[in-house]
Design a protein around this ligand. Structure first.
Ligand code: DAH
Length: 338
């Protein structure tokens, strides 16, 4: 083939050179450019193709195939390099476009527990520190646990004081949304042998219209101690210890006579602030023998005291909240203060 045209003679060397350059191309755009130059009208393939006419007739078929093979080799080299680059270009793109969703802009704001939950947990901690255990009872309660067992029989005037929400379940009037946490006293006595030292925080329900000091759904914490020879002095001492542990050593407490069906004698307990002012906190008393009997406990052998007060009310008093409804509107500007 010594008499072959120049373009045919140099074709193989040109293709080898182009393959080498394509294999080194740094991105897919460069590969495409090299490929189209090599196959374009000024490239070695077109030059060789044009030269086929000058080749001796009996060699044209072979030379034609040779040119066609050269074209296929360049296309294959370009495709191989493109495939190679595609993977790493995609990886680079992903790395570049990655969004750091953990990025914090400005000062991070950290949430906190609702003030009621804080008060609830502080109360539990205080009573646990005094040797109490935490007990629970259901929100939907039997009329018997909520009233009868607590010495409030049907027709007793004290029932009127608890504007009950009855639940349509079984016999009419047999099921209520508990109006206080006191039924947990009964449930505990029925499932636990004395001595008993429990507190029972929880949600309670009354047929009340919400105003600045009342909510139809609110929270109480109940306390019950049953042991040998427990009396009013133990109650007063426990209330005083609680007052100092929870409010601080500058606070003190007093009991004022009152009436509750489930205790005898009964009292209201007040807490005195360091400035001398008093706040009424809740009710308490020595557990009525009928209540012990309803709980399956022999009043000749055991005695006890109980107390109960509102957690929402405690919260209002502690923080000087004028309108208790504010605590439940979930307005972040209000909640952030606590
Ligand atoms: N259950 C009463 C109420 O909701 C509060 C109360 C008073 C609880 C005296 C007691 C108690 O355990 O001894 O108004």
């Amino acid at each position: 083939m010594s008499d072959s045209p120049q373009a045919i003679v140099t074709l193989n060397a040109s293709v080898v050179g182009i393959e080498a350059v394509i294999a080194e191309a740094s991105d897919t755009a460069a590969v495409t450019e090299l490929e189209s130059n090599a196959l374009g009208k000024n490239g070695p393939i077109m030059a060789a193709r044009k030269a086929i006419g000058e080749v001796a007739a009996e060699q044209r078929k072979d030379v034609g195939k040779q040119v066609q093979d050269a074209k296929v080799r360049i296309e294959a080299a370009a495709q191989a390099r493109r495939d190679e680059l595609a993977g790493s270009e995609r990886a680079a793109l992903l790395a570049e476009e990655r969004m750091d969703l953990t990025e914090v802009l400005g000062t991070p704001s950290v949430g906190h527990l609702h003030p009621l939950t804080q008060a609830w947990e502080e109360l539990e901690d205080t009573f646990i520190g005094m040797g109490f255990r935490v007990a629970e009872g259901p929100h939907v309660e039997s009329d018997w646990h909520n009233f009868d067992a607590l010495n409030i029989p049907k027709g007793h005037p004290a029932r009127d004081a608890f504007d009950s929400l009855y639940v349509n379940n079984g016999e009419e009037g047999s099921t209520v949304l508990r109006t206080h946490t006191s039924p947990v006293q009964i449930r505990t006595m029925l499932t636990q042998a004395p001595p008993i030292h429990i507190v029972a925080p929880g949600r309670v329900f009354r047929r009340d219209t919400a105003d600045s000091t009342h909510l139809p759904v609110f929270h109480q914490i109940e306390g019950l101690v049953i042991d040998k020879n427990i009396g009013l002095a133990d109650l007063a001492g426990t209330i005083e210890s609680f007052t100092q542990a929870f409010f601080g050593s500058g606070f003190t407490s007093r009991l004022r006579p009152n009436y509750f069906p489930f205790t005898e004698p009964s009292a209201e307990f007040d807490v005195q602030r360091p400035d001398g002012s008093w706040l009424e906190l809740g009710g308490c008393g020595v557990v009525h023998p009928n209540v012990l009997r309803a709980g399956g406990i022999d009043p000749e052998e055991w005695s006890g005291f109980a107390f109960g007060f509102g957690i929402d009310r405690l919260l209002s008093l502690k923080h000087g909240i004028d309108d208790i409804r504010d605590a439940y509107t979930n307005d972040i500007r209000f909640l952030q203060q606590f």
